[in-house]
Design a protein around this ligand. Structure first.
Ligand code: HEM
Length: 516
C-alpha cells in the first residue's frame, strides 16, 4: 500500500514539475513568473538553476546576519550581475541587481506597495509615508513635499551649521584625538533631525533626550531581530513572543513625539492667528516666521485645513525621524572613514573648501555647498560603495506585466538590491575601487541613470535626499576646516550586516589631528 502511495505521490509531483506551468513545485507551489509573448522566462530575466528548487529554501538556514549579506552578493555574481527570479517557501521573488530592471520596477505605477520587511516597522511608524500605499501615500507625499522646498532647506542649513560647529567644539581643545564614529555621529544626526522635524533641541532636554535616543536604538535592534528570525516575521507570533521587550521603548518614542507635537501646536496656532490678522500667505508664513520652521509645521497647517489628524501627524513625524536619522548617520560614518583612508582625495576636498568657505563659516549656505564639486563627487562615491539603505522591496498586489513583458504573479516579492546595483560591473568599471572622479559630468555620460540609486528613484524616491546631502556635506566641511582625518580602520576588513540600514560588525574609528 505504502509503495502505491509513494508511486502516486511521485507521479503527481513529477507531473506538476514537468507539466504545470503555473506553479513552481519545488518552491512549495510558488506561482510561476511567465512572459507575455510566451518566450522563455530566461530570455528576459535570470533563473538560477540549482537555487530555484529546494536548495534556495535552505541556502540561508542557520546563517548569521553577515553571512546572509555575503550570500546575496555571491548569487548576484553567479547570475552574471543580471536580475533574477527565485521560488521558495511558497513565495515568488524577483531580485533586481541591474539598472535595466531598476528602471522598469521603479517606474512601474503598479509597483508602489511595500514588501514584507516594512511590516516590521509598523509598530513604530504605524502607516506613515514610508510604509503607506494607495491614496493615503499620494496625499501624504503631496502634503510633505513642500517641507523640502529650497527656501526651507535654507533654514535647515542653519541648523546643520550650528550643530556641526557644536559637534567639533570638544575636539578643538585637543591636538589629536581618536573618535568612534558610531558613538558620536548618531548623536549629531538625531539632534539635527529633532530640531528640523519637531523644532526642539534635544540637547536642551538632557535626560529626556538620552531616554529618547536610547529607545530609538532599541527599536532599531527590534527590526534587526525580526529580520534575522523568520519566526518573528508573523505579527501574531511577534506580538506573543517578542513585542513585550520593545513595548516600553515604543511607548517612550511615541509619548515624546506626541507631547512635542501638542506643545508646538499651541505655538503654531498663535502664528496662524497672526497670519489671519496680517493676511500673510502660507509661503510667507513659513519663510518669515519668528520661530524657526520645522517639518511638523507643514503637518499642523494641514491639520488646520482638516487634511490630517493628531494620530496622522504623529506617524509622519515618527517616520521622518526614523528615515532621516540612521541613514544620514551611516552616510557620514562611511564618508569620514573614506576621507581618512584616501588622503589625496581628502586634500582635494580641503583645498576646495579653503577656496570657497569663509573661516567663520558665515557663507556656508545651500548655494555654496553646491559649488563644492569635489566634495559632491566624494559623497556620491561614498553612497555608491556604502549605500545607507542597501535593500528596498515592493510587492505586487495583482498579476503585473512589466514594461519588458515579464509577468509577475500577485504577491511577488520584488527586492531591489541597491548594494549590488551600485557595484554592478556592467555599469561601473572597477566597482570595488573608490573613485569619486567617476561622478564628474564628463565621466558620467554613458552610464544609465538608474545605475545610481542610493536614494531610490521614481515616484517613491527619498523625499529627504537634498536634506541628507546638505547635512552630510555641512558636517564634513566643518570637520575638514579644522582637522586632518587619519585612518584607524581598514575598509577591506569591514564585515557588513544585512538590515534596513547598512551596518558593520565592528565600529568605525578615525583620528582627528588639528590643522596648524
Ligand atoms: C543618506 C541618507 C538617506 C538615504 C540613503 C535614503 C534612502 C532612501 C531610500 C532608498 C528610500 C526608498 C525606500 C523604499 O522605497 O522603500 C527612501 C525613502 C524615504 N526617505 Fe530617505 N534616505 C536618506 C535620508 C532621508 C532623510 C534625511 C529623510 C527625511 C528627513 C528621509 C525620508 C524618507 C522618506 C519619508 C521616505 C519614504 C518616501 C515615500 O515612500 O514616498 N530620508 N530613502
Amino acid at each position: 500500500m505504502f509503495t502505491i502511495w509513494l508511486t502516486f505521490a511521485f507521479a503527481l509531483f513529477y507531473w506538476l514539475y514537468r507539466v504545470n506551468k503555473n506553479y513552481h513545485v519545488l518552491g512549495f507551489f510558488a506561482k510561476r513568473v511567465y512572459t507575455q509573448n510566451g518566450k522563455p522566462v530566461e530570455s528576459l530575466v535570470g533563473v538560477p538553476k540549482g537555487l530555484s528548487g529546494l536548495r534556495n529554501l535552505f541556502a540561508n538556514f542557520g546563517k548569521d546576519n553577515a553571512s546572509v549579506f555575503t550570500y546575496l552578493r555571491e548569487v548576484s555574481k553567479r547570475m552574471g550581475h543580471r536580475s533574477y527570479i527565485q521560488y521558495g517557501m511558497g513565495r515568488t521573488m524577483l531580485s533586481v541587481v541591474d539598472a535595466e530592471y531598476a528602471e522598469i520596477v521603479l517606474n512601474d505605477q503598479n509597483l508602489i506597495n511595500k514588501g514584507l520587511v516594512y511590516t516590521f516597522l509598523e509598530p513604530a511608524l504605524k502607516n506613515g509615508l514610508l510604509i503607506a500605499s494607495g491614496q493615503k501615500w499620494h496625499s501624504r507625499r503631496k502634503m510633505l513635499t513642500p517641507t523640502f522646498h529650497f527656501n526651507i532647506m535654507g533654514q535647515f542649513q542653519e541648523v546643520f551649521k550650528t550643530e556641526s560647529l557644536k559637534f567639533v567644539q570638544p575636539f578643538l581643545k585637543e591636538e589629536e584625538i581618536d573618535i568612534t564614529l558610531n558613538d558620536i555621529i548618531p548623536r549629531f544626526t538625531l539632534n539635527t533631525i529633532c530640531e528640523t522635524a519637531m523644532g526642539i533641541k534635544l540637547d536642551d532636554m538632557a535626560e529626556e533626550g538620552d531616554r529618547y535616543r536610547n529607545s530609538f536604538s532599541k527599536i532599531d535592534q527590534c527590526f534587526a531581530r525580526r529580520l534575522t528570525n523568520p519566526f518573528l516575521w508573523n505579527r501574531k507570533i511577534y506580538d506573543l513572543i517578542a513585542a513585550k521587550d520593545y513595548e516600553p521603548h515604543l511607548k517612550e518614542v511615541h509619548r515624546f513625539s506626541s507631547e512635542i507635537i501638542a506643545k508646538r501646536k499651541v505655538l503654531f496656532e498663535k502664528e496662524l492667528e497672526q497670519r489671519r490678522n496680517t493676511k500673510t500667505t502660507e509661503d510667507d508664513l513659513f519663510i518669515n516666521k519668528k520661530q524657526r520652521y520645522a517639518m511638523l509645521d507643514t503637518l499642523l497647517c494641514a491639520e488646520s485645513d482638516g487634511l490630517i489628524d493628531h494620530a496622522g501627524i504623529c506617524e509622519e513625524v515618527d517616520t521622518l525621524m526614523f528615515a532621516g536619522f540612521d541613514t544620514t548617520s551611516m552616510g557620514l560614518i562611511f564618508g569620514l572613514m573614506n576621507m581618512s583612508v584616501y588622503p589625496e582625495l581628502q586634500d582635494l576636498c580641503f583645498k576646495e573648501i579653503e577656496e570657497y568657505v569663509d573661516d567663520d563659516f558665515s557663507n556656508l549656505d545651500s548655494n555654496l555647498l553646491g559649488k563644492l564639486k569635489h566634495l559632491e563627487c566624494f559623497v556620491k562615491e561614498t553612497m555608491r560603495m556604502y549605500p545607507s539603505v542597501p535593500i528596498i522591496s515592493r510587492k505586487t498586489i495583482q498579476d503585473t506585466t512589466l514594461s519588458n513583458g515579464l509577468v509577475l504573479p500577485k504577491n511577488t516579492d520584488v527586492t531591489l538590491l541597491i548594494f549590488d546595483i551600485l557595484r554592478n560591473p556592467k555599469h561601473w568599471d572597477s566597482p570595488d575601487e573608490f573613485k569619486p572622479e567617476r561622478f564628474l559630468p564628463e565621466n558620467s555620460q554613458n552610464r544609465p541613470t538608474y545605475a545610481f540609486v542610493p536614494f531610490s528613484a521614481g515616484q517613491r524616491n527619498c523625499i529627504g535626499q537634498k536634506y541628507a546631502m546638505q547635512e552630510m556635506k555641512t558636517l564634513m566641511v566643518v570637520i575638514l576646516k579644522s582637522f586632518k582625518i587619519l585612518p584607524l580602520v581598514d575598509p577591506k576588513a569591514l564585515v557588513f550586516n544585512v538590515g534596513i540600514t547598512l551596518r558593520t560588525k565592528t565600529d568605525i574609528k578615525v583620528k582627528l589631528v588639528r590643522r596648524k
